[in-house]
Ligand binder design. Structure first.
Ligand code: P5A
Length: 449
């Protein structure tokens, strides 16, 4: 993409309304634009990041055996009357009527709808286990939408729903999602710690929140320090096999959110120098709730003995539009965002340090073409402006590698590579620059980790 033809409305001023660094940087970097209380448009740069986050989530959901579909945003109130949640959900649910005065709602979650789809089609235990997921906009009329897309009213969620014959099978499904989540957040460059959590309006008695530690996090959390350095299950994980050992290895260490925290247990189980009491951002949550929806909604299958069995369910959420600011909270400096390569809006940016200069223009254009031919997602800052502003923009929008072509270097047959994360600079011959960037970028994509 040539920056002169792109839509990147960066802001010079720091927006006053933004209380936390990710919100400030998303506004300054032209990633989002507020359209109402807790409602945001995703501008091109932000949307590119969101799409990369979505790709990783889909790859890991599919790898774990979940199957993607798409359900509508609007739902009928009658469906929610069946589960009893229409009254329970209260003011957080956005309610409306259609022209026939039928009660409708903008879905805050989809347990009821997926249960109704399931009961329409699935009749036999032979069709289980089944895990269906979608990535769709949700609306929750939060009392205090804040921090930009971190806690908004309209937000994008991945929600998966598992159906099994027994509690044991359902726990196996829960474990598959648990491991898929560890991999998903790791691939985005985040350390997300699974912590015992309250179930709230979703219900059930087994739940974990996946928490990224950050000072600006909304939840108080407590955990064993060893939760931070644990090995993440690799891509060869056998999702058809038993994942209990992996999950038990994580859940045996103390980790709980404020609501589930037990100070006596914490001090008994965790040595003093290993106790972490911190704040965190909840990027995902998994639930096992048994027959809470399948019971009242009559979702049954025929069991092996021919008798009807009410299915055991779980649901598994990830907030995509929250992940983007969460990554920024965990990875930025005073100059801007520092994207991990796996979710960076562009992997590299060619900075033409003297646009208008024939040598610089020719060399920069050639490097940009070569990068694209090498399969690198590249941006070319070809604007007719000074080099200083271009460096500042590249730092602000957080592109992992900057390839700088200036008149002096080019005269010597050289360009410079700046690593956004470390600030390290390498001078390299023009011919080797693209190969060098490939070596830096390809392993960092984390698509094989
Ligand atoms: C699980 C999937 C559920 O709704 N039903 C379907 C279950 N869980 S949850 O924990 O309530 O939400 C899942 C994830 O969505 C994100 N999230 C939000 N993101 C931005 N703004 C909000 N207001 C918001 N509310 C929830 C979180 O990442 C949460 O873990």
């Amino acid at each position: 993409m040539r920056l002169s033809r792109y839509f990147l409305p960066v802001l010079k001023e720091t927006p006053k309304e933004a209380e936390i660094v990710s919100h400030r940087l998303m506004l300054r970097a032209g990633m989002i634009s507020q359209q109402g209380a807790g409602m945001y448009a995703w501008l091109p740069l932000g949307y590119k990041v969101l799409r990369k986050v979505q790709d990783i989530i889909e790859q890991e959901q599919n790898r774990s055996g979940a199957i993607e579909l798409l359900m509508p945003t609007l739902q009928s109130a009658d469906l929610w009357r069946e589960s009893g949640r229409y009254e329970d959900y209260g003011k957080e649910m956005l309610r409306m009527q259609d022209r026939h005065e039928r009660d409708m709602l903008y879905g805050p979650t989809n347990e009821e709808m997926i249960t109704s789809i399931f009961r329409s089609y699935v009749q036999s235990y032979k069709d289980l286990p089944l895990n269906l997921y979608h990535i769709q906009w949700k609306f929750r009329d939060e009392i205090r939408p804040r921090f930009g897309t971190m806690r908004s009213r309209e937000f994008l969620m991945k929600d998966a729903y598992s159906f099994d014959l027994s509690k044991d099978d359902a726990v196996r499904a829960y474990n598959r999602m648990f491991v898929a989540y560890l991999r998903t957040f790791h691939r985005m460059g985040m350390t997300a710690i699974p912590m015992r959590a309250e179930t709230g309006p979703i219900g059930g008695d087994l739940s974990h929140e996946f928490i990224v530690l950050a000072e600006t996090g909304e939840s108080a959390v407590f955990c064993h320090a060893d939760m931070l350095g644990k090995t993440i299950p690799g891509p060869d994980t056998d999702f058809l096999g038993d994942l209990t050992p992996i999950v038990s290895d994580w859940t045996s260490l103390y980790a709980a959110t404020e609501d589930m925290h037990d100070d006596t247990e914490f001090t008994a189980k965790v040595p003093e120098d290993k106790r972490i009491a911190a704040r965190g951002i909840e990027v995902g949550q998994v639930f096992y709730f048994g027959t809470k929806y399948s019971g009242p909604m009559g979702a049954q299958v025929q069991g092996p003995d021919g008798k009807p069995v009410t299915v055991h369910m779980g649901s598994y959420g990830i907030g995509l539009t929250r992940i983007v600011p969460a990554i920024i909270e965990a990875s930025h400096d005073e100059n801007g965002v520092i994207w991990p390569v796996s979710v960076a809006p562009f992997e590299a940016v060619v900075i033409n340090a003297k646009s208008g200069d024939a040598e610089c223009d020719a060399a920069s254009t050639k490097l940009y073409d070569q990068l694209r031919a090498a399969g690198i997602d590249a941006l070319y800052d070809d604007r007719q402006t000074g080099a200083g502003g271009k460096f500042a923009t590249a730092d602000l929008i957080g592109i992992p590698y900057q390839l700088i072509a200036g008149p002096r270097g080019l005269a010597a047959g050289e360009v410079e590579i700046k690593h956004r994360k470390t600030g390290e600079r390498e001078t390299i011959s023009i011919d080797q620059a693209v190969t060098r960037l490939k070596t830096l970028i390809e392993p960092a994509r984390r698509d094989t980790v």
